[in-house]
Design a protein around this ligand. Structure first.
Ligand SMILES: [Zn+2]
Length: 105
């Protein structure tokens, strides 16, 4: 199986280049520069989760919701993204797996 390592992703019609580099965190979004920086030390499902995490930040930035969250409370956006990543993400993965297992022959 070919390793998962996308070079770009499209979010709401905007292309974001995935830039793999040496960095302290797993990922970082440059919303204006349309780039997602990802640590070159991670791979497989950690890489997938990181790209989804940064993709969620991109969704909030593109929609304007990020500005509102920032004004309400520092780190509210990060808390929301982490809640999605650790709770909704695994739930969705499980449900998609079940769905495709049972419907795609
Ligand atoms: Zn984050």
């Amino acid at each position: 199986m070919k390793a998962y390592k996308p070079k770009e992703v499209t979010i709401a019609g905007h292309k974001f280049a995935i830039v793999y580099k040496k960095m302290k965190d797993y990922g970082e979004l440059d919303s204006d520069g349309k780039k997602i920086y990802v640590s070159n030390k991670i791979k497989d499902e950690v890489l997938l989760d990181t790209i989804i995490h940064e993709g969620f930040h991109a969704m909030l930035a593109l929609s304007g919701l990020g500005y509102i969250l920032e004004d309400v409370q520092d780190e509210l956006e990060e808390a929301l993204v982490r809640a999605y990543e650790s709770i909704m993400g695994p739930f969705l993965k499980e449900q998609y797996k079940e769905f495709y297992k049972n419907t795609i022959k």
